[in-house]
Design a protein. Structure first.
Lengths: 123, 244
């Protein structure tokens, strides 16, 4: 069985490293990108099995990225987990059409929450 | 020379009241969330000694960043109650001190941070503490809201035949998009609330910097370049040298 490839899109480099550390430890293969443009390039190179996505990014926000991903058949199917400080203001029902499967609140999450969320969406 | 698309000053954003609690909470959430994640991972004890050391350093530096913001907020809230001594200041010396102080933070992020030195020293009239806070704020902003491995520079320039001194923090990150820039300029002209120049920033730092500049009869603003931006404060030059 191949190792699931996870794309992390997070503009706080240290938090991105933290997510990658947790995912590596859980047996995933994480790739870190710091903005939406890098994320699109990364998806072009290799379609990930899931994306962990911050909302407020440098340059284009997560919404621009999700819209772009939805424009193509293959990338539109990638499950997205939003990991954001704005979780309280977002509705999963509203964002489900953009491929969002789960929303994690950065302020209250524990490190393993991203692993739990990935296990759920990759079932 | 980079093409300058236009300057905008932020003082219009600083005339009405205190920054909102929501903006303050938003700005503090990111560093606190990061500190919490790192602490929880350290508690778990599953990281190597070298990783532990790195994470502890990140916790210290991130906490210091959050504390700088809370300290600026307190100062900002008390501006109207306090008298601030304005005095002739050598900005080069002050900026050298800031570079020295923030260098560990920039090093930890793998980013360069330097002062573009001037051959001929300039003097300006300012409050040392407030000016220091403005430049620290711009530097923090440049570090956290631009990405890549580009360096960040502090620049000192004389304008208006030497009557005004501009201290700018130049970043070389991705420029604001045209739409974002037009939106920002519109807000700068019309807004009486905090203005954000980066999409993920609440603009609280700029709002506070604008307040500090006001107290010193100065103004803060931003210049957009093809490959980044310069956030600056303009202050009155000191005539002390010419009197000597």
């Amino acid at each position: 069985m191949s190792v699931p490839k996870i794309l992390i899109v997070e503009d706080d480099k240290w938090l991105a490293q933290q997510h990658a550390r947790i995912l590596n430890g859980a047996g995933y293969k994480p790739t870190v990108t710091l903005n939406a443009i890098e994320a699109i390039q990364s998806v072009d190179d290799e379609v990930p099995d899931a994306i962990i996505l911050d909302v407020l990014l440098t340059g284009n926000t997560a919404f621009a990225l999700m819209h772009e991903l939805q424009s193509y058949g293959d990338t539109g199917e990638i499950p997205i987990i939003l990991c954001t400080n704005l979780a309280a203001d977002l509705s999963l029902d509203d964002l489900a059409p953009y491929g969002v499967r789960q929303i994690i609140d950065k302020a209250t999450m524990v490190p393993d929450d991203i692993v739990t969320a990935l296990r759920r969406v990759l079932l | 020379m980079d093409m300058v698309r236009g300057d905008s000053d932020f003082n219009s954003a600083s005339v009405n009241g205190l920054p909102s609690i929501i903006a303050a909470a938003h700005e503090l959430k990111s560093p606190l969330a990061l500190v919490r994640q790192l602490s929880l991972t350290l508690e778990d004890g599953q990281v190597s000694a070298s990783e532990q050391k790195k994470m502890l350093r990140q916790i210290s530096l991130t906490s210091e960043r959050a504390l700088r913001l809370t300290s600026d907020l307190t100062k900002s809230a008390r501006l109207s109650d306090a008298m601030f001594k304005l005095e002739p200041i050598n900005p080069q010396q002050l900026c050298e001190d800031i570079v020295y102080e923030l260098k560990p933070l920039f090093d930890a992020h793998g980013r360069g941070f330097r002062l573009v030195s001037r051959k001929h020293p300039l003097l300006l009239v300012a409050n040392r503490d407030l000016l220091r806070r403005i430049i620290m704020n711009f530097s923090d902003n440049a570090l956290h809201y631009t990405d890549g491995n580009t360096a960040i520079e502090i620049q000192i320039r004389a304008l208006n035949a030497g009557k005004t001194i501009r201290l700018g923090v130049r970043d070389f990150g991705p420029a604001l998009s045209g739409d974002m820039w037009r939106s920002l300029r519109g807000k700068l002209v019309n807004s009486t609330t905090p203005v954000h120049a980066r999409p993920q920033s609440s603009g609280l730092g700029l709002y506070i910097a604008g307040q500090f500049a006001d107290v010193m009869n100065g103004k803060v603003g931003v210049t957009r370049h093809r490959d980044g931006a310069t956030f600056y404060v303009d202050l009155q030059a000191s005539s002390q040298l010419s009197l000597l």
